[in-house]
Design a protein around this ligand. Structure first.
Ligand code: MRU
Length: 351
């Protein structure tokens, strides 16, 4: 069997990070080779690469590729500077900071080693981060699937599929695993205004996997739940605080509130690399603000709002922990109270 191309990998000559440009989907499957700091930074800002675990993997390979240009004398100062720049590109997904820091700390521990040895260790660590993510996503898919029954329809928001991770996805993992096993699960997909990750990416991934997908606007989700069309909400996460508050794509909170009203369980699926026990609650999670043009004109042939109208464009919201039925991690399904159970399971590794 030929191996499926990875979303994020080194280019064959080892000099660049190769990604699928997610802004070109679903129309075109385009791979980009990225080398310079500006283009690596731009790829994150423009969401060519996106999704919390994918950002962490990308950050790890990006910092390795940048290190190819460092000399022995200035290796660590340049590494520190590039790491700070890349980490600042998007603030909400903790994976980006966590995995870049993992590489940076490793290099500092090897202070004094020849540059080639440092680079080899950094690359091995980036490979390990990707492999760990693949294993975690697979386990999350298994645990998530245990919460669903044959014939269920789930609602999903944004994109938490293979494109957003190493390969399996988090929020979409149970659906993809079910499809592999011939189990009948269906999905309603929120289009996910304003950047349409649901319409462009999730619908594409699920359709390619042969899953029954119905695309809706975000504002239709409450009605779908009221009419009994949805048996569970499955969403990914960009950063989970110690009390279980979950930052995810803007609109997740509305879906969770509607789900509570209509008795639909809300499952947040995430690897432990997305849990940040340093944040006591969602109030401590930084929320990215994005360009107003994403509301006024992006995706439209002509602007759909009056020129210059002021906009508020937070990229994420925080779903309060009391709206979450369970958190699905690689170690299993975590039930409330999340402040106690998350610390018990992940206290040693998520700070
Ligand atoms: O702005 P994005 O597209 O990077 O936002 C992504 C999400 O909100 C995902 O749901 C989250 O990162 C989990 S991906 C497994």
């Amino acid at each position: 069997m030929t191996e499926r191309p990875k979303n994020i990998a080194l280019s064959p000559d080892g000099s660049a990070v190769r990604i699928v440009d997610q802004t070109r989907l679903p129309g075109e499957l385009v791979f980009l080779d990225l080398r310079g700091r500006d283009e690596l930074y731009e790829a994150i800002r423009a969401l060519r690469v996106r999704g919390a675990p994918a950002l962490g993997i990308f950050g790890a390979y990006a910092i390795y590729v940048l290190s190819l240009g460092y000399g022995a004398a200035d290796f660590l100062p340049r590494l520190d500077e590039d790491a700070a720049v890349l980490i600042a590109s998007r603030p909400t997904a903790v994976n980006l900071e966590r995995q870049i820091e993992r590489i940076r700390v490793l290099a500092h521990r090897m202070d004094g080693a020849p540059a080639d040895e440092l680079r080899a260790a950094m690359l091995a660590e980036a490979d390990a981060i990707r492999a760990e993510d693949a294993a975690m996503c697979r386990a999350i898919a298994e645990h998530g699937l245990s919460l669903l029954r044959e014939g269920d329809t789930v609602l999903t928001h944004c994109n938490a599929g293979p494109l957003a991770t190493s390969e399996y996805g988090t929020g979409l993992g149970p659906l993809l695993l079910a499809a592999e096993r011939g189990m009948d699960l269906r999905a309603y997909v929120d289009e996910t205004r304003p950047l349409l990750q649901g319409a462009r990416l999730t619908a594409w991934e699920l359709q390619n996997a042969g899953i029954d997908v119905t695309l809706i606007t975000d504002s239709m989700a409450a009605l779908a739940m009221k009419e009994g069309r949805i048996q569970a909400v499955l969403a990914g996460c960009d950063r989970m605080a110690a009390n279980g508050d979950a930052a995810n794509k803007i609109g997740t909170l509305s879906a969770a509130i509607a789900a509570k009203r209509y008795g639909v369980p809300v499952y947040i699926l995430l690897p432990s690399s997305t849990i940040d026990l340093r944040c006591p609650s969602g109030d401590a999670i930084p929320i990215e603000q994005r360009d107003p043009e994403e509301l006024r004109s992006l995706w439209y042939e002509r602007p759909m709002a009056p020129a210059g109208v002021s906009c508020w464009n937070p990229a994420f919201d925080v779903t309060d922990h009391d709206l979450i039925t369970a958190v699905v991690t690689e170690k299993g399904v975590v039930h409330p109270p999340f402040d106690i159970h998350l610390k018990e399971l992940f206290g040693g590794e998520c700070t």
